[in-house]
Write a protein that binds this ligand. Sequence first.
Ligand code: ZN
Length: 504
Amino acid sequence: MSNENTSYTQLRKLMREAGTLGSVNALLAWDQETYMPSGGADARAEQRSMIATMVHERRTSARVGELIVACEHDASLPEIERSNVREMRRDYDLLTKLPASLVGEIASTATKAQEAWKDAREKSDFATFRPWLEKMMELARQKASCYGTPAGGEPYDALLEEYEPGARAAELQQVFTPLASELSALIAKIGASGKTDRLAIKPPSIDASKQHAFGQFLLKSMGFDLNAGRLDTTAHPFCEGLGPGDTRLTTRYREDEFGGAMYGTLHEMGHGLYEQGLPKLERYGEPLGEAISLGIHESQSRMWENLVGRSRAFWTWAQPHASKTMSAWFAAQSVDALYSMSNVVKPSFIRVEADEATYNLHILLRFTLERALLKGDLSVAELPGAWNSMFEKLFGLRVPDDRRGCLQDVHWSCALIGYFPTYSLGNLYAAQFFETARAAMPDLDERFARGDFAPLLGWLCTNIHQHGRRYRAGELCERVTGKKLDSGALLRYLKGKAAEVYGV
Ligand code: ZN
């Protein structure tokens, strides 16, 4: 193993080089979203595409392919290193199975489809977007057939591989369907309580600079290492793990709505804590130094945003600090009022504005429809009708126009078919991990109320972050929680909150 010339050492070295080159591109992307003047856009596109090509060439070289084969035959590798090789194989196959011509066609069609989508959404005119969506679906089918359908699976599974390795559509459906029917019933009960308007109190307008100072305070107090990361402002918030010791977070501020920035910051912080907890120093560029999947990444962001940040214990601790840094208004509210305000449940048409409970219904709807579209069970022409009738069944609301219906999301126009389920997987994994953490540390709430978040972060590092991609998501879930992913923990959590906040 320590032999400098083994195939494995050579492979690791090549992976680190490709990773390092990739991080240069990530830095260029971060700069583009934060500080780059708009005049730099064309040159930046050229820089980024050049580096992306170099990274792709390195990761798909014949040499890398040979070294992977050699390592697969090396029986002396310990189990943990074999898992590293297994994931390198998976990445290599995904990157080499698509012909360059198809990659190019998807990219250029997506660029035009996005323009058509923006226009169609603005005018709420599905007919002009329809041919583009038909093309994108056809290209998705071609992509799925290049990847190959896993044994016993369906083409949708092949697309899932890009975002959630090892996930299967039929298994997801088995988790999502019971979740949706219980959630629909819960949301109807909450609506019938008639309390929503009273609980949704309106905070005053707060300067962006004060919101930013409070965001920095939260990051520092909750365990994000500001010597190894920073927080900046963008139009679309994100987290970018640039490499060992450098994790960038961004958020956006609206003075009349502090919650958007505060919960957005906590969300990106959750992604950032995961990035900071990965063993990048030793493993940069290798699967063992990377996040498992989008679903697991999202579980970390949603845990800190929702399960921690929307808890009564969080507000018990945060209230005096919010009052000191942002506005005396916070001190004038009861902790109960702040807790309720952060947990209002109200069905609405737009996914990105949805609360914790209704959010998963938005995902079930998209997952069901895109799966049927890909299979050919549903034609693109039938999409608006299918969307509206399913929406009414799930939410009890009639969709007024396609702008607030099937035209609202960018994903289908930019070839992200199979991506939506990872959002709900994030909520489900977050709840199941959190329930397990709470059972292991029954005083977690008292700790949060004192501003002590270290035990939770330590637990997440030990059980999830430090492993990188050693385990697949489903396997990790079973190892950590003792059972397969199911909707039980999320439903217990949401029902418990509805009982406290709404008394239903
Ligand atoms: Zn996220």
